[in-house]
Ligand binder design. Structure first.
Ligand SMILES: Nc1ncnc2c1ncn2[C@@H]1O[C@H](COP(=O)(O)OP(=O)(O)O)[C@@H](O)[C@H]1O
Ligand SMILES: O=C(CO)[C@@H](O)[C@H](O)COP(=O)(O)O
Length: 483
């Protein structure tokens, strides 16, 4: 991928990443993925949100990207799992409850206890955790039954945005793709069908009533979801869209043996696989990807915001934070951050809180606190990488993407903590790029996505310091027990 300031006469496509913290829009050359223009606008903070805010941020991001009048196709990639419930007129019933909202932790436990972890893993690829839509629906049934009675359709953030963009009004026009459906907790990606029995169980209604609820039609990887009529682009084709992690995989063009680490609001350790995953321990989410394959993921509730929290406490900017972290010795002289500021999903500790441990009057310095934040975030993800390897996932190389990968300290410290080199692709918005690549694929109608090439990776390597992970695990076990 390269970036140019000029346009050309070749077809153009747009990729939209409607993610947790912001909406990003890229306009790209459909043939080779060259990024021509881009824009970004913030989303409101918090773990629930009026979907109208995503629409407003999309308009701002499109304006900042210089408009989309010249694009031939577009697609939306979005934060996964958020529960958007619509009434019979297509109105949003209540604020969407997002993936990072843990109010449904109890519902997740109940659903797992009621049917058993194996049943869920076999049926949907994953065992319920508070992030998944199915648990938010159970929470709704238990806390707002009056809203359950009003539900005519259930969709996810990207499905809703795609629907709005198309200008369609009938609920039957709602569309999604396998990657998103696989994160609901009521879709069997192996069979390619919704599990209305599980939806009914979560909502405490009978299966016949569940079948009357409209769920988005699951489109093929390059099947059109309509035209971008509501953006004033009645000729522009809209791709099916996908979940943000499937978007990142498509944007990066990852293949067998590649593991990628995404440091966004969430932390993600992901890979693509030809076969479906059904981990009944609940650690690996057995999602689908955006190309017809599968996407085993481990996702943490805590990602780059770990660094933000400590950086703001120290009163420094990104560069100042990196300098502090890199000036401290490996292991931060014994200071260890257990970074569960927002509870945690992997490991499944929704009620956990963060703690700084091992502080003495000698080692409590800004440099050690910054280093402990970087190391704590990397240890959380390093444990996921170790688990992926122990589940038999081949790891030939590790790529790092997402906002947190812009940190020099993260790039330089990662190999020491993880014990493996890490490859950093050119700075870019890979989720939005994946959506753009999908749009180009939809436009072409070809059997395979266009062969866009990601630019040269920069490899970071450093001597492994296993004591960092060992000490983190010791402190973790002391706080939460062995896992
Ligand atoms: N140079 C940097 N150093 C550390 N963190 C950064 C840097 N630049 C951005 N971030 C962090 O990256 C996060 C946003 O990443 P992004 O991948 O856009 O998230 P999301 O897709 O979840 O909205 C924010 O928490 C932001 O503070
Ligand atoms: O819950 C998941 C995936 O299971 C998250 O990955 C969300 O999809 C949001 O991710 P970011 O905003 O951090 O990219």
């Amino acid at each position: 991928m390269s970036e140019l300031g000029t346009s050309n006469s070749r077809p153009l496509v747009a990729g939209i990443d409607s993610s947790t913290q912001s909406c990003k829009v890229l306009v790209c050359d459909a043939d080779d993925g060259t990024v021509l223009r881009q824009g970004q606008a913030p989303h409101p903070d918090g773990t629930s949100c009026d979907p109208g805010a995503w629409w407003d941020a999309l308009q701002q991001a499109i304006d900042l990207a210089g408009g989309l009048d010249d694009v031939d196709a577009l697609a939306v990639s979005g934060q996964q799992h958020g529960m958007v419930c619509l009434d019979a007129e297509g109105r949003v019933i209540r604020d969407a409850i997002l993936w990072n909202d843990t109010r449904s932790a109890r519902a997740a436990r109940d659903l797992t206890d009621e049917l058993g972890a194996k049943t869920w893993a076999d049926a949907t690829g994953s065992v319920p955790v508070a992030s998944y839509t199915v648990t938010k629906l159970r929470w709704l049934a238990d806390n707002e039954p009056e809203n359950v009675a009003r539900i005519a359709a259930i969709c996810l953030p990207h499905d809703w945005l795609t629907w709005r963009i198309s200008g369609a009004t009938s609920l039957e026009s709602l569309a999604t793709d396998r990657s998103e459906a696989s994160g609901t907790g009521y879709y069997d990606a192996r069979a390619g069908e919704y599990r209305y029995d599980l939806l009914a169980h979560a909502l405490r209604i009978d299966e016949e009533a569940a079948r009357r609820i409209v769920l988005p039609r699951v489109l093929g990887p390059n099947e059109s979801a309509g035209q971008a009529t509501a953006l004033g682009l009645p000729e522009a084709v809209v791709g099916p869209g996908c979940g943000d992690n499937a978007g990142a995989a498509l944007g990066l063009g990852v293949g067998p043996g590649d593991t990628w680490l995404s440091l966004g609001t969430s932390g993600v350790v992901g890979a693509v696989s030809d076969g479906s995953w059904h981990d009944e321990t609940g650690t690996v989410s057995g999602f689908a990807d955006a190309t017809g394959r599968f996407l085993p993921l481990q996702v943490t509730l805590n990602g780059a915001p770990i660094l933000d929290r400590v950086r703001k406490l120290l009163g420094v900017d990104y560069d100042g934070f990196d300098e502090l972290a890199l000036s401290a010795p490996s292991g931060a002289e014994g200071v260890v951050l257990l970074p569960f500021f927002g509870g945690e999903r992997t490991p499944n500790l929704p009620e956990a809180t963060a703690s700084l441990t091992g502080m003495t009057s000698a080692n409590t310095t800004p440099a050690n606190l910054a280093r402990a934040a970087v190391e704590g975030m990397l240890c959380l993800l390093g444990a996921c990488i170790d688990r992926a390897a122990s589940h038999g996932q081949e790891i030939h190389r590790i790529l790092i993407v997402g906002g947190g990968s812009r940190s020099r300290a993260v790039r330089e410290i990662a190999p020491a903590v993880l014990g493996r080199p890490v490859d950093v692709p050119p700075a870019g918005e890979y989720v939005a790029l994946g959506a753009a690549r999908q749009a180009a694929w939809t436009l072409s109608g070809d059997d395979v996505p266009p062969a866009w090439v990601v630019g040269d990776m920069v490899r970071f390597d450093a001597p492994h310091d296993p004591t960092v992970m060992e000490r983190y695990e010791e402190r973790f076990a002391a706080a939460f027990g062995e896992r």
